[in-house]
Design a protein around this ligand. Structure first.
Ligand code: G
Ligand code: MN
Length: 393
C-alpha cells in the first residue's frame, strides 16, 4: 500500500466505526489491519468467507473490506450473502488480479467499490468515507421509511440471482462403498450450481433459507437426482439429501413424483440442521415416505445439530456418522469409543451405519476394525459427475 496517511473526515469522526477485513493471505491481513487500526477504526479480521459470515452473525459492522479471490468461497459470494442478510452494509472489494468481469459483477451485485491491490491509501480512505456516509444515510432513511423501495428492488434482484443459480443447478455423486465386498453400496447426490457467484452449495443453501426458497432447491434436486441411476451398478442405492423444509412440501409425497417411481432404491437423508418441527409431525411424515417405499437416513450424526433424539423420532434405516467424528479417529481414542458405541447401538437396532468424510487409510482401517463397513469420503472418491472411479488401494 502506498504511504499517504491523509485522514478522511468520516474516518476520523468521533463514532468508532467497525470494519470487517477479509483476506486469505496473513501478511495482507496484518498490513491492512494495521493501516485501518491507525485510522481509529475497530477492525476484526477473517481469513475465509466462512469465518467472515460467522463474524457477521455475531457483530455489527459499518463496512466490510474483502479480497475477491480466496480458496473456498470468493469475495463475490460473500457479497451476495451480505446482500441477503443486510443490504445496507457497504462492501468494498479488493482484487490482486482485477478484471472487468469481476468488477462489473461486483458492482451489479451492489459492491460499493472494487479496488485493485496493492491498495492506494487515498482511494481506500475515499471508499471508507463513502461507505460510512452511506451507512449513516441508509440508517436515517430506514428509520424514516420502514418499507423502503430500495429494499424491494434489492430483494427482487436477489430473488432473480437466486432463480438464475437454481436454473444452473446440477448434481454430483459420491460413492458409498461396501468395504467387505469391495463394491458400490450407493451414491450420494450432492448439490452444485454453475452460477458464477452462487456456486458454493453452502452459500446457495444459506441464500435459499433466507429467501424462504429451500423448497425450490429440493424440488429441483428431486427431479434431477434419479436420472443417472439407470447407469449405476445394479442394486446400488441412491442417497438424496432432504432439507427439513421439504418435509412440509406436499409434492414430496406424491406417488407420481420422479423419485417416488424409484423409491425402493432411494434413501432420503434428513438432518436436524433446521428444526424438524414437532416430533409427532416428523414421525407421521416419515411414515408416509416409508409407505411410498423410501428408506430414511439420519445425516451428520454427531454434528452439533443431529442429536441422538433424531434416532428415537425417525427410527432411521441408515445412520451416517458425521465426519467430525471420523476425522483423526485413528489418533483420538474418544472418537473411536464414540464410533464404537454408535456401531453397537445401530447394530442392535438393525440399522446400517455409514462413516462419512473418510480421508486417510488410517481412519479407514480403524473404522473397519470397529465394524463400520460402509464408508464414504475423499479417500475413495470425491463427488463428481456420474459416476466417479473408486480408489480401493
Ligand atoms: O451434510 P452432508 O453430509 O450431506 O455433506 C456432504 C459434504 O461433504 C459434501 O459437500 C461433500 O463434498 C463433502 N465431503 C465428502 N467427502 C468428504 C471428505 O472426505 N472430506 C471432506 N472434508 N469433505 C467431504
Ligand atoms: Mn448428506
Amino acid at each position: 500500500m502506498s504511504k499517504n496517511p491523509t485522514m478522511a473526515s468520516a474516518v476520523s469522526s468521533p463514532v468508532v466505526r467497525r470494519v470487517l477485513l477479509v483476506d486469505d493471505e496473513p501478511l495482507v491481513l496484518r498490513a491492512y489491519d494495521r493501516f485501518l487500526g491507525a485510522r481509529g477504526l475497530k477492525v476484526d479480521t477473517a481469513d475465509t468467507v466462512q469465518v467472515a459470515l460467522m463474524r457477521l452473525r455475531e457483530n455489527t459492522y459499518d463496512v466490510v473490506v474483502s479480497d475477491v479471490a480466496m480458496p473456498g468461497a470468493t469475495g463475490l459470494e460473500l457479497l451476495v450473502s451480505i446482500q441477503v442478510a443486510d443490504p445496507d452494509l457497504p462492501v468494498i472489494l479488493m482484487s490482486g488480479g482485477p478484471n472487468v468481469e469481476d468488477a462489473s459483477a461486483a458492482l451489479e451485485l451492489g459492491a460499493l467499490r472494487y479496488l485493485s491491490k496493492p491498495l492506494d491509501a487515498a482511494k481506500l480512505d475515499a471508499a471508507l468515507e463513502a461507505a460510512f456516509l452511506r451507512r449513516d444515510e441508509t440508517h436515517e432513511k430506514r428509520v424514516a421509511l420502514a418499507e423502503s423501495h430500495d429494499r424491494t428492488r434489492v430483494a427482487n434482484e436477489l430473488q432473480s440471482t437466486f432463480d438464475d443459480a437454481l436454473g444452473m443447478l446440477f448434481l454430483v455423486y459420491q460413492p458409498i462403498i461396501d468395504w467387505d465386498r469391495k463394491r458400490v453400496y450407493a451414491h450420494e447426490a450432492l448439490l452444485r450450481s454453475r452460477h458464477p457467484t452462487l456456486s458454493n452449495p453452502g452459500v446457495l443453501l444459506d441464500a435459499a433459507e433466507k429467501l424462504n426458497r429451500a423448497k425450490d432447491i429440493g424440488t429441483s434436486v428431486r427431479s434431477k437426482s434419479g436420472a443417472p441411476l439407470a447407469a449405476a451398478p445394479a442394486d446400488s442405492l441412491l442417497f438424496v439429501n432432504l432439507h427439513s423444509d421439504e418435509l412440509n412440501d406436499e409434492a414430496l409425497y406424491s406417488p407420481d413424483a420422479p423419485l417416488s417411481q424409484i423409491a425402493s432404491r432411494v434413501v432420503l437423508e434428513i438432518t436436524e440442521r433446521a428444526a424438524l418441527g414437532s416430533s409427532e409431525e416428523a414421525r407421521k411424515r416419515v411414515a408416509t415416505l416409508r409407505s411410498l417405499g423410501f428408506r430414511i437416513a439420519i445425516d451428520d450424526l454427531g454434528a452439533g445439530y443431529a442429536g441422538l433424539s433424531s434416532l428415537a423420532i425417525l427410527e432411521p434405516d441408515v445412520v451416517k456418522i458425521d465426519m467430525s467424528l471420523v476425522r483423526d479417529c485413528d489418533r483420538e481414542p474418544t472418537k473411536r469409543k464414540l464410533v464404537q458405541s454408535i456401531v453397537t447401538l445401530c447394530a442392535g437396532l438393525g440399522q446400517v451405519v455409514i462413516a462419512e468424510g473418510v480421508e486417510t487409510v488410517a481412519e479407514r482401517d480403524v473404522l473397519v476394525d470397529l465394524g463400520c463397513n460402509y464408508l464414504q469420503g475423499y479417500l475413495f472418491a470425491k463427488p463428481a459427475l456420474p459416476f466417479p472411479e473408486i480408489r480401493w488401494g
